[in-house]
Design a protein around this ligand. Structure first.
Ligand code: ATP
Ligand code: MG
Length: 430
């Protein structure tokens, strides 16, 4: 029997995992500058958390959920996205309470699960970095969240980014637009795809998001939601656009963009890289929007919210395609070469002393000949090699060598154990 990873999952091997850590650390550092704090919520939630929030007609809920009944017959879902769980935690832990400084700004990173057809940049277990901010309707917050997403992608070295925004307005907007859309689509009912037929009355906005070519043709001439914005929604959207201009952030408005989750209202946005790197045209790496009704929907007090989710796999694919240079992380400070069995205890003491002094160190564990040990030091990209043989041991010294220059020096063992940082600094200065 040969074991294989489940379809749509990936093993992230050490070389690549280093890139993941780098992306995560850049994100954490940037989020802190915007005063976003980390939250960790469970990888699975009760089914209703998602059906309630994402919407019963969304693709995520109808087709993509990994849900099951556990041994206690609870209906459980592996989280397909991060927002619903964070909102559930926000409500359950009363993060809307007076002791919290508003807006409450949170971020998360971790795996998400969707039963999709796997392809490049689309997995069944994938990872998102996401942010959510609760408790303010200010357009400043919309723009700050968008700017933070763009900032992060720029910091990671991505080029050719494109911001696309739209407004879904408020409830009144949605009701009026819903009616207009149904009126427009009904005469074409027979031409619609089966999915869209089903959605026309349950959730006509979803038809705009259809991946069916013929649906897309029909939808191209549909009325625009922007013509149905209430004066307040119009005002909010204008302010967002103005503030983006004030920050010199270029954007496009796409009135047909609706996003895959039902909970959005007002501002929605996607940040794409317009590179033809993943087969198609524009690749969306980061997507989000406002969800002013979601906290209430999940049982909390009326609290506005806004956030985004960023796909880490897609981000890394884009970074690779755009040949972003990532920082070297695996250089080794010291490799200790031991010559002869009698040095075994000393090499162990040496690597441990070097590590305690704050440097990375490694040694041979396989009784390799000195020449092979030097070769390993080279392959590990060691900066300094420390050699100890029977003779050195007798004299209580070791030999240091800078691999890049070949400069060598003999130093007292005692100095290595007493004050390695100073010794190394002096040695490297020569
Ligand atoms: P798509 O239209 O590509 O299916 P979506 O609207 O379902 O995207 P969101 O729910 O907004 O995506 O998720 C935010 C981001 O997470 C996406 O922009 C993408 O980068 C990433 N993402 C979504 N689904 C997957 C997946 N199955 N595999 C890898 N990344 C994904
Ligand atoms: Mg999707």
């Amino acid at each position: 029997m040969k074991y294989q990873r489940p379809k749509g999952t990936a093993d992230i091997l050490p070389d690549e995992a280093a890139n993941w850590s780098y992306v995560e650390s850049v994100a954490k550092e940037l989020f802190a500058k915007y005063r976003f704090q980390e939250i960790r919520t469970p990888m699975f939630e009760n089914f209703e958390v998602f059906s309630r929030s994402a919407g019963d007609t969304s693709d995520i809920v109808t087709k993509e959920m990994y849900d099951f009944h556990d041994k206690g017959d609870r209906h459980i879902t592996l989280r397909p996205e991060g927002t619903a769980g964070v909102v559930r935690a926000f409500v359950e832990n009363k993060l809307y309470g007076p002791e919290q400084i508003k807006p409450v700004k949170l971020y998360y990173m971790g795996p998400m699960f969707r039963y999709e057809r796997p392809q490049s940049g689309r997995l069944r277990e994938f990872h998102q970095i996401g942010v959510e901010a609760f408790g303010s309707e200010s357009a400043n917050l919309d723009v700050e969240v968008i700017a933070m997403g763009i900032h992060l992608l720029q910091k990671l070295g991505l080029k050719n980014l494109k911001l696309v925004i739209n407004s879904l307005g408020d409830q009144e907007t949605r009701a009026a637009y819903r009616k207009a859309l149904i009126d427009y689509l009904e005469p074409h009912f027979d031409e619609l795809s089966d999915d869209s037929k089903e959605r026309l009355h349950r959730n006509p906005l979803r038809v705009l998001d259809s991946k069916d070519k013929n649906d897309q043709k029909l939808v191209a001439n549909a009325p625009s939601i922007l013509d149905y914005l209430t004066p307040e929604s119009q005002q909010h959207f204008s302010t967002v656009k103005q503030l983006l201009e004030d920050l010199n952030i270029p954007y496009e408005v796409d009135a047909s963009m609706v996003r895959g989750l039902d909970y959005y209202n007002h501002t929605i946005f996607e940040i794409m890289a317009h590179d033809k790197v993943l087969g198609e045209g524009d690749v969306t790496v980061c997507a989000g929007g406002r969800y002013n009704g979601l906290v209430e929907e999940l049982g909390g007090p009326q609290t506005p919210g806004i956030g985004f989710g960023l796909g880490v796999e897609r981000l890394l694919l884009l970074m690779q395609a755009q040949q972003v240079a990532l920082p070297e992380t695996n250089a080794l400070d010291v490799y200790v070469v031991g010559i002869g069995q009698e040095t075994k205890a000393e090499t162990l003491k040496l690597v441990e002393a070097v590590r305690q002094a704050g440097y990375s160190a490694d040694q041979d564990y396989l009784d390799r000949k000195p020449k092979a040990q030097f070769k390993t030091a080279n392959r590990l990209n060691a900066k300094v090699v420390m050699t100890v043989g029977a003779e050195e041991l007798a004299q209580q010294v070791v030999n240091l060598k800078v691999m890049a220059t070949g400069v060598e020096q003999q130093v007292a063992l005692e100095d290595v154990y007493q004050n390695f940082p100073k010794l190394l600094a002096n040695f490297l200065k020569q």
